[in-house]
Design a binder for this molecule. Sequence first.
Ligand code: NAD
Ligand code: ZN
Length: 332
Amino acid sequence: MRAIVKKFSEVGVWWDEVPKPTLKDNEVLIKIHKTSICGTDVHIYKWDAWARKNVPVPLVIGHEFVGVIEQVGSRVRHHKIGDRVTGEGHLTCGACEPCLEGKRHLCPKTRGIGYHAQGCFADYLALPDENVFALPKEIPDDLAAIFDPFGNTVHTVLSFPLTSEDVLITGAGPIGCMAAAVARFGGAREVVVTDVNQWRLALAKKMGATRTVNVKEEELTGSFGLGFEMAGNGDALQNLLKHVKHGGKIALLGILPPGTLIDWDLVIFKMLEIKGIYGREIFRTWHQMCRLLEGGLNISPIITHRFKAEEFQQGFDAMLSGQCGKVILDWV
Ligand code: NAD
Ligand code: ZN
């Protein structure tokens, strides 16, 4: 089958022919229709320190997808051939205390498809039955293909009561932009988004931010009940801590560089509440995403580029340029 592969320990990803996955008893075989490129795929492309440490070579990359089940293993109980599906890319152990309590997002043994295990940038993906999410017909393929990062967004933004709050979001990447849409839809009063990239701030505005601030050119003002860190940048985090009110609540999604320092006085004397976020609640967040979209939330403007799978290099170039939202690759 065709696949996008991290083939060599150097910058880049490569188009390749690889064997179709052999199906385990508990897995379904998904014919991939669309995939979407994540910032993580760009880390793997750039072959930075995180990627070199985590990603085995060679590996089919990718973890954002939608497709149709073509085959099921003998122990598959919940899904059937023909189901249109996406799925949770975090493979959990099923045996630890959080897994047994139904809190799979807290599994300490989580492995990710596309960076630890075989990914979805290919004609086929084999996925455990328990990771598959069957899509309601109301959800279009393009949006289903970005359920993974949309889920990161929803998990973060719905972490705290939102209605009537003023919200600060640092980082207008795809996730920060979607967060602006979810926060507005969820009843926030003001939704302020910061970035250093004007193109992306314009996208945040389109997605529902009430104000955008280019922190390279302008000082952030205001005081916020809720703060979401979605830049993965220490300066952004420090700014967020400064502008969240006493007793404010913060969720950290952005992955900060090792050794990032903050002013702990801001946390302690303002009595801030801080929550870390990894992935999505399985499958609570997934149902929330469906209900939000079915209820009228519009995140479509976040998809800014579409390419054929073979044109993946153009997709990665768009991601590397910073002038993009989500980039979709079409496999059919
Ligand atoms: P992205 O890299 O596309 O967006 C980050 C944005 O932050 C960029 O537009 C960048 O210009 C901006 N930025 C840089 N410095 C800034 C500053 N000082 N102030 C404000 N903005 C600044 O990333 P994304 O795909 O939107 O994801 C957001 C973050 O979440 C990333 O750090 C990503 O690694 C992380 N992430 C975490 C999880 C998780 O499960 N915890 C999952 C997905 C992504
Ligand atoms: Zn577990």
